[in-house]
Design a protein around this ligand. Structure first.
Ligand code: SF4
Length: 139
């Protein structure tokens, strides 16, 4: 297994279930589906321009997950890191799964919200593998 990690940056979307799906997705990726191959980074540190974080992200693959069209993760990564290697929108997974309606509850999130997060996490984990392979091939 590669020692390289892909960094997952969910938007900080508090207060809305679409933000919760982003966070849940990131936890499932980092703790289960792509454990050891991915890591979380804190969006506010990126926005603040913390040097060690910015330098690390510039050297590694980065995935943004956003909860609405404002795309806070994607836009702040572009502004501060200068790139995003892949981006996902939680609204897309909801559109693709019309049979699952996310509950409005944020704490705790509901079962359908968890199911949607798992479905999105499967896509993100696949992208982690693709990006690691791409990085290995380019070195
Ligand atoms: S992308 Fe939307 S949901 Fe996420 S932090 Fe920004 S405004 Fe909130």
């Amino acid at each position: 297994m590669s020692k390289e990690k892909v960094y997952i940056i969910p938007c900080s979307g508090i207060g809305k279930v679409f933000g919760s799906i982003g966070r849940e997705t990131a936890y499932i990726v980092v703790n289960e589906l792509a454990k050891g191959k991915s890591a979380l980074e804190c969006l506010p540190l990126i926005v603040k321009g913390k040097k060690e974080v910015i330098d690390r992200l510039k050297l590694n693959k980065v995935i943004a997950i956003d909860g609405c069209p404002l795309k806070c993760s994607y836009n702040n990564l572009i502004e501060n890191i200068g790139k995003v290697d892949a981006q996902f929108m939680t609204t897309d997974i909801v559109k693709e799964n019309r049979d699952l309606r996310p509950e409005s509850s944020i704490i705790p999130v509901g079962e359908q919200t968890k199911n949607l997060s798992t479905k999105l996490a499967e896509k993100v984990a696949q992208k982690v593998d693709d990006l690691l392979k791409q990085k290995e091939e380019s070195e």
